[in-house]
Write a protein that binds this ligand. Sequence first.
Ligand code: SF4
Length: 611
Amino acid sequence: MRFLPVSAAELAERGTPIPDVVLVTGDAYVDHPSFGAALIGRLVEAEGWSVAVVARPDPDDVEAFRLCGRPRLAFLATAGALDSMVCSYTANRKPRSEDDYAPGGRPELCLRGDGTIGPGKAGRAQARPDRALIAYVGKCREAFKGVPVIVGGLEASLRRLSHYDYRSDTVRRSILLDSKADLLVYGMGETAIVEILRRLAAGEPVSAIRGVRGTVWRSARRPDMADAVELPAHEGVAADKPSFAASFRTQYRNTDPHSARPLLEPCAQGWAVQEPPAFPVGGADLDRLYELPYARQAHPLYDAFGGVPALEEVRFSLVSSRGCFGACAFCSLAFHQGRIVTARRLASLLREAAVLARLPGFKGNIHDVGGPTANFRGPACPKMAREGACVDRRCLAPKPCPRLEPDHGDYLEVLRALRRVPGVKKVFVRSGLRFDYLMLDPDDSFFRELLEHHVSGRLKVAPEHVSDAVLSLMGKPKRAVYDAFSRRFAVLAREAGKPQQLVPYFISAHPGAGLKEAVELAESLRDIGFMPEQVQDFYPTPGTLSTAMYWTGIDPLSGKPVYVARGARERSMQRALLQYSKPENHKLVREALREAGRPDLIGRGPHCLVP
Ligand code: SF4
């Protein structure tokens, strides 16, 4: 399978010396459907346009942006699979030493102006620039004046209106205004991008392209849109936390394509106008996207560096669904893919499994069959399918909605069929499962077969915390639900005759969690005899409910104040409590226990956490 062209010479070889579209991405080019840039590139190609890829260009060298020539219709730019700040900095604001989406995982490597891979002109330690879209749009404009530049991907989605930026600890305006791109595409983007390209190809100027679902556009004055909701001005939400929380709440309530209205956000530099979200792609259209002719490899440009690490996670995995009605507060899915779950059909998954089975290096194991939440394969209830997700309630928490229809029948059918594909020995499920949803299903066939066939000895699940107050803010079920799941897991694993371990994941320092709650979590770990190998500190990424709580100290949905562990010291103490048995953490844990009023947990007694 051929890759999409990455140079003017390759375009000329294919008889399309002038590309219709040039895709600019902050990631190395991996031609696999799990990489958004490849998926959009293949879709654009399948729609009949010629497309070239400028992957991970040197942000200090305009020649890198000229490698494929001047696009006839547009540049499509994305920061990559992740937000560039999340990709480059840890939860403690330290630069990351690795980038799984870079050649060989080396963050300093980029595509240089001469078409080779190496450190860039300015010798940056991170070749993906901070808030990459701003830099990429500027360089696209410098490379070829007058070409429309359309931004998309996760960074664009989550920064599409005023948003909290953790690195600078400020509220920034829409990245559309900061970057001066012509249009911003949010969400999964496929339908919006095809419509935009069709209109550009028909000769419509980009400044006239309005009314496309899933886009944000700029306007010098307030547009006349009768059904639109006007948000508070950017300058107001940047200066006033209650106003930010109120604006976030309005945005949160306008994320479903069935009910959302256009949003207007004024700013000193103009208006950001958000059209309602696009309807999710599902069924045959989703099948088609994942069965486009991907090479399923990293581009040979990176061979000398050992490829691209992010591919290894997904090379032999299948995407079976999109969307998530879990609505965890710390997750940005509601703002990106949305709550309506759509799924690929069985026949398509079987065809892709057959393709995987023929790939070099396939050892018979499909590593994952999942999506944002593996065991969601359809809408939560008939109402969601018909009218979209409810604006004022979540499907699963704090209590399951009475209209929810838990059902694993379809997913089980998929897994059973995949096990029978010639060449496939094992089919694993590694995407996260919502254990509370699993427990609601009166038929436990899926749970049983999961443990019998689809777990490789360790099942990772994410209760995230044990304090019911924190869990409620997170949008997760109460602790008792996890405890019941854990007991059921033990029984079914024993009955399956398989030694299986349950590996729970927790987040430290989430809004609502103080030292008291962190001690409660440490004690529960002591009681179950489990010490996490890794601890995830809460990371205030743009576009989540939890981030709005972190910044404002307010739960935007209830308007109530929320405690936030903000300082580095308290965050470190909460993290240390989760790994209290590590000798290097003992001093900090003792301090935390004294501060929390729990010196009784210091000593040699059986209940003590540290000596
Ligand atoms: S009715 Fe209940 S299950 Fe259905 S979308 Fe609304 S909250 Fe979710």
